[in-house]
Ligand binder design. Sequence first.
Ligand code: NAD
Length: 361
Amino acid sequence: MDLHVLVLPGDGIGTEVTREAVRVLRHVAAKWNHKLSLTEGLLGGVAIHRTGTPFPEETAKLAAEADATLMGAVGLPEFDNAPPEQRPEKGLLKIRQALGVYANLRPVRAYKSQLDSSPLKNHLVEGTDMIIVRELTGGIYYGIPRGITGTGADMRAVNTMTYTRAEIERVTRMAFHLAKTRRKKVTSVDKSNVLENSQLWRKVVVEVAIDYPDVALDHLLVDNCAMQLVLNPRRFDIVLTENMFGDILSDEGAVLAGSIGMLPSASIGDRRPSGAWVGLYEPVHGSAPDIAGQNKANPLGAIGSVAAMLEYSFGLKEEASAVESAIEHALASGHVTADLRPSGAPATTEQVGESVCVAIS
Ligand code: NAD
């Protein structure tokens, strides 16, 4: 198969973890005889430095041409006080929008060897295996009107939470489609006791569910869901929710698994004429300026994103599960990065990437 992938390492540890993710991708392509064409582009702080903008036109063009995009992380402390349009993070919002990736998938899995790094008691977290499906291109982060007006005591800020039926329907179908390949359960999360927006969300989800009679559907209010995630995370299979609720809940999900450095994510849009699904794959974590440049970052979130890319964009399930098993193997070996609190000397970013490759072959 031809795998045409754009690589956007970004800033800070983004460059370090992406290097290891690419090492694993090359390894998989060589082992299974896939033709890999990789291009590299600029996004985030590095793009501002070189071109003056966090999402240069050239990057937009490269992303439109590639079948899938593998991203590291963006963000540099020197831009912390810059206006929103000139911050590296704006590049993220823009590329998601440009690619039309409307569903963000975040798997949360408690690996047996890592139960002790979870803040929850082992018996609560053991067996956790869910995917949080977050709507990514609508809702309050994009709705207009927005902004701050007035001065002094009359200052006023407004944001708008808005969804169309079509926006809710397409992400709901993706969630049900995924559920069919797993434990066949969708939990839709909203705030329909207070928000009209959530009332439409729930109505559309219920209507779509009729087309998937073999998948069970239940609903939770977002505040209750935040509680259930720590009380009983095993109850969840697919968690489906809108943009802002998903942003918050998926970070809560992130800590269940131990370290944020472990978590991959996939953002999926429609199918390309080539048959590949448009996808943007990235670890959940940021650019971690505190450990950047020290070969300390955990690359498993980025490597897990490669597994997600192989599965969701290219349908290469065997290759994807080989990467997943190799991650599990690397974790079980105990030679892991410092964030996972190894008993001996911590492994470097590079060593973890190498050991995943060795476990695949
Ligand atoms: P962060 O995820 O970068 O770091 C939070 C903490 O987790 C830090 O202590 C860091 O050392 C640790 N950490 C993160 N990833 C790790 C890994 N792979 N291995 C080991 N430890 C890891 O979040 P932050 O500090 O809030 O943000 C730093 C910058 O990243 C900011 O500019 C922020 O805007 C940006 N950011 C970018 C993204 C993205 O690109 N998707 C996401 C979140 C934050």
